[in-house]
Design a protein around this ligand. Structure first.
Ligand SMILES: [Fe+2]
Length: 544
């Protein structure tokens, strides 16, 4: 929560006057003729464009005071580069207002937000600052591209609107050139309604360069009354619904603490839109294709508004989310979108679904895309770019193959993961085989796992191309099936909540499973269940 403060402590007076003269107090512009810039730089292929933090003023200004702290949703940073990072907040004095507008005044079409980045957490050494215009059409979200920063350095940031001061966040830029170490946590599947965020509380105490979030940041199901309630109480379908659901999640103090501590790099899975959605097929939305596209567009907009991403705002049901991050000469992180461009898998009839799975037998052998042609071509180039020791693949759904059938029964594959896309999977494995030290980081399955990605999935006589580490869910319900009888390349399975800690050095990658003793308890103990290592030059994982 922000604090009420007439003038921020520790801020140099000249700096304060600069900010104050730019915006008076809180400036609400009634005109909507400007396009405002609004978002951050484009990043569809991992490149950054310059900040669009706006210093514009309007000719039709009027000032208004917000009656309550607008920083209830906390602060966050994301998509770090060596010289810049995205700084995020979303103005919401009444976070759970049912219209999804966060309690912002109806006439607040645009609101100027002062932002500051300092070398110290008392803000005595301001590095850069400016004014960003948060717009109602973007849910009063703030995406500042703070540039001109030093590589591999901790920076502190905060926002101010009128008399209201945000909490202070910390963001570390990526190193440039020779890099000796990268530390990250891998998170996913954080259903607020089914568990507390002890995993995030523990994570916030680590020393990390970034958090990779592989999706299911929210769930779209009707809110569950009880210890962990969320709004709306109905299925999440409209933009107002999605905004309200993100607000429910962002109010959690442990999630806020992790966001304030580390830059996040996020992609999405299905529940950011709807369970098992693929491409333009959005189950549970009604029969009309247009209704499904409208829901997808609303979900994409709310996702963009609520996360610190270096991506331009969406226009309708399309958003380029795949991107890469280069960590000096040490590693490149390739972040994938495995939902938006995917074709639907065959043979998974679901009476609740509006997806037409087609003729199962006829479709079994067809070549289905998971990434779409553009993303697949981009990934091929990104993996082949070189200049780094490690290639980390942020891959939302399991790649190596998982057969959850019983030992004496038939094979049982979830075709929504890569098992439903065998030809596309083979292409991805071949691309990885040509890259330097590929390592797959996965989520979605509500289990922790270590798997070997073989050149031919399930054929353990074929070479190991990469290790795959599946991060356990932060709080979503565990699936709990033992998949070991029919998954011979499984090295470990953990039926636990938590997250994965990863340390990368030039010689070795170390992955540790941090597991939560009691997911219902925000104060639960979190301990290291197991640690695995991979040496550069050898893709076979070893238990430490
Ligand atoms: Fe999930």
């Amino acid at each position: 929560m922000g604090s009420k403060q007439p003038r921020p402590a520790g801020i140099d007076r000249r700096q304060f006057i600069t900010g104050a003269s730019a915006v008076a107090a809180l400036v609400v512009t009634g005109c909507s003729g400007d396009d405002g810039g609004g978002g951050a730089g484009s990043a569809g292929t991992g490149s950054s464009t310059t900040a669009s933090a706006s210093n514009q003023t309007s000719t039709t200004l009027h000032s208004a005071k917000l009656a309550a702290d607008p920083f209830t949703l906390g602060v966050a940073s994301g998509d770090p580069l060596p010289d810049s990072v995205i700084l995020w907040t979303r103005l919401a004095p009444d976070a759970l207002a049912v219209d999804g507008r966060g309690g912002m005044p109806a006439d607040a079409e645009s609101v100027d937000v002062v932002w500051e980045v300092a070398a110290d957490d008392r803000f005595t050494q301001i590095v850069t600052s400016g004014v960003f215009t948060a717009e109602a059409r973007h849910g009063h979200s703030v995406h500042v591209d703070a540039s001109g920063l030093k590589p591999g350095t901790d920076h502190h940031y905060r926002f101010r609107v009128g008399e209201w001061q945000s909490p202070v966040g910390r963001a570390r830029t990526l190193p440039d050139g020779s890099a000796e170490r990268l530390r990250l946590a891998v998170a996913n599947c954080q259903m607020l309604e089914t568990g507390a965020y002890a995993a995030y509380r523990h994570m916030a105490g680590e020393d990390l360069d970034l958090v990779l979030h592989l999706g299911d940041y929210i769930y779209e199901y009707p809110g569950v009354p009880g210890a962990r309630p969320s709004l709306p109480e109905t299925m999440v379908v409209s933009l107002a619904d999605y905004r309200l659901r993100y607000a429910s999640y962002h109010l959690d103090p442990d999630l806020q603490a992790a966001h304030a501590r580390f830059p996040f790099v996020v992609t999405w899975d299905d529940h950011e839109v709807a369970n098992n959605y693929m491409g333009d097929s959005v189950p549970g939305t009604g029969g009309s294709p247009q209704e499904q596209l409208d829901r997808k567009a609303a979900a994409y907009q709310a996702w963009w508004e609520n996360l610190p991403v270096r991506i331009d705002p969406p226009e309708g049901p399309a958003l380029a989310v795949h991107r890469s991050f280069t960590v000096g000469d040490l590693a490149r992180l390739h972040v994938l979108d495995e939902r938006q461009h995917s074709e639907v898998p065959p043979c998974r009839p679901d009476p609740e679904s509006t997806i037409d799975f087609g003729d199962c037998e006829a479709r079994e052998g067809e070549d289905r895309t998971r990434l779409g042609a553009d993303q697949e071509a981009w990934l091929e180039g990104s993996l082949a770019e070189g200049g780094v020791t490690w290639n980390l693949v942020g891959n939302p759904v399991v790649l190596a193959g998982v057969d959850s059938g019983a030992a004496d029964g038939d094979a049982a594959y979830y075709l929504e993961v890569w098992d439903g896309f065998p030809q596309a999977r083979n292409r991805l494995i071949e691309q990885m085989a040509g890259s330097s030290n590929p390592v797959v980081l996965t989520g979605d399955y509500h289990q922790g796992m270590v798997l070997d990605v073989h050149r031919t999935p399930f054929d353990t006589s074929s070479e190991v191309v990469a290790p795959e580490f599946m991060a356990p869910p932060i709080s979503s319900v565990l699936f709990g099936q033992d998949v070991s009888p029919r998954t011979p390349h499984l090295r470990e399975q953990l039926n636990s909540h938590g997250y994965l800690s990863v340390e990368v050095t030039p010689d070795r990658l170390t992955a540790s499973f941090q597991v939560v003793a009691d997911v219902a308890d925000a104060a639960s103990a979190v301990t290291t269940a197991s640690t695995w290592t991979v040496d550069a030059g050898d893709p076979v994982t070893r238990r430490a």
